[in-house]
Design a protein around this ligand. Structure first.
Ligand SMILES: Cc1cc2nc3c(=O)[nH]c(=O)nc-3n(C[C@H](O)[C@H](O)[C@H](O)COP(=O)(O)O)c2cc1C
Length: 191
């Protein structure tokens, strides 16, 4: 059974991206994966600065986030699109997790891992452009990104009063991405 870590590149309280990654996580669970959903708000970390890293080491919450990545076989990541790319919040967290601890292997958080990526926006493209940059970033760090991906356009019209996705077609598509990612994870791990 693969283990998957699910998170969004937003700490906004009513984050659309946290809402969609919750659904993909459910799809992965239904496909047999063991899924942990986190909120990056619980892993607040300073902006990366190499001098501070040298002097103070890796901050506790950055290390905790990295260890979560290391412990899981794959990731489900939903990212907002900020000016056609990923938010600094997400890049900063991923950068911290790329730093090698004494007892760790190089890029241990990423190499051999699988990811399913998605985006949500109230705009008409659904954050399609961030998926290009996020895929490239993850692949460059050694993550196999599932060829399927999902950009949810006009997401505000698909959300109920409870802040969760309530559109059946969108729920099905997101769950499928979660399930597909879990399956690819299982295949990679069986080799
Ligand atoms: C600095 C900034 C830049 C943005 N740029 C884009 C963009 O390029 N494309 C887009 O579709 N939405 C853009 N947005 C709108 C975000 O997609 C929107 O705020 C979204 O709800 C953020 O995701 P969240 O709900 O998960 O926090 C931008 C928002 C901010 C704050």
């Amino acid at each position: 059974m693969p283990s998957i870590l699910a998170f969004a590149g937003s700490t906004r309280r009513q984050s659309f991206n946290q809402a969609i990654v919750n659904v993909a996580a459910q799809g992965a669970r239904e496909a047999g994966a063991e899924v942990t959903v986190i909120n990056l708000a619980d892993y607040a970390m300073p902006l990366f600065n190499e001098d501070e890293e040298t002097e103070l080491g890796i901050p506790e919450r950055a290390q905790a986030f990295k260890e979560l990545l290391i412990r899981h076989d794959g990731f489900l990541i939903a990212s907002p699109e900020y000016n056609s790319s990923y938010p600094a919040l997400l890049k900063n967290a991923l950068d911290w997790a790329s730093r090698k601890g004494e007892t760790e292997q190089v890029m241990q958080a990423y190499r051999g891992k699988v990811a399913g990526i998605m985006a949500a926006s109230s705009g008409g493209l659904g954050g399609l452009r961030v998926l290009v940059t996020l895929r490239m970033l993850l692949e460059n760090m050694g993550v196999l990104v599932h060829p399927n991906q999902k950009a949810i356009a006009k997401v505000h019209s698909l959300i109920g009063d409870d802040g969760q996705i309530n559109d059946e077609k969108t729920l099905t598509q997101l769950k499928k991405l979660g399930a597909d990612t879990a399956q690819l994870c299982a295949q990679v791990n069986s080799k």
